[in-house]
Design a binder for this molecule. Sequence first.
Ligand code: DC
Length: 230
Amino acid sequence: MIIAVDGPAGAGKSTVTRQLAERLGFQFLDTGAMYRAVTYVALRKNVSLDDQNALAEIAQNIVLEFVGDEVFISGENVTLAIRTPDVTRKIKSIADAVEVRRHLVALQQKIAATGDFISEGRDQGTVAFPDAICKIYLTASTRFRAVRRALQLEQQGISTDLEEVVTEINARDYNDENRKVGRLLKADDAVEINTDNKTVNDVVDELEQIIKEKIADTKIASASSNRQKA
Ligand code: DC
């Protein structure tokens, strides 16, 4: 079973989906970490961010491992290294690269085929898992998202100016909503939840309810269709 969670940067997807996965006994897939990991490798190898072939090659060959909340590339722990402001600023070229997306979507589908997953990103309900049993579109106002992002950066010891974070979030929204392939888009059959003024716990409770109802409805529908066939 796949649950697809999409939405803009800072809507709380990561925190909420990690907790939801734990409650539901699902595994968690952070697809943003994959784009971050490819960006990190490209920067480290000094690959030109315009070199589509070289970027595609990195995406095709990257050896990624997710262990709990930690991310490894070929055995190296890059959990913090992939979340620096430098990686975040340069990720656009990687996320826009059509061949990179093709390789990473294939990898997401391969990983998700191994069990029950909640997968979070921008194009999970539209491109990677159009048949997901439940699709959620998590959003929040720019202000709320900027405050969350600023707090996250502070926790990492990076001092921030809120107006700068707002500008950065607006730029990321523009990039995410306007890329040619895999752009941020609410799937027609996704349930939209706004997380403004809600605690993480409130949102997790709300989503748990929605997902459990959706799974129950799907099971009833499939049992009834099996009865009709018999
Ligand atoms: O969720 P995040 O902020 O870690 O994602 C980092 C970037 O990766 C984001 O700006 C857009 C890109 N991304 C994407 O294009 N498709 C996804 N499925 C996930 C992330």
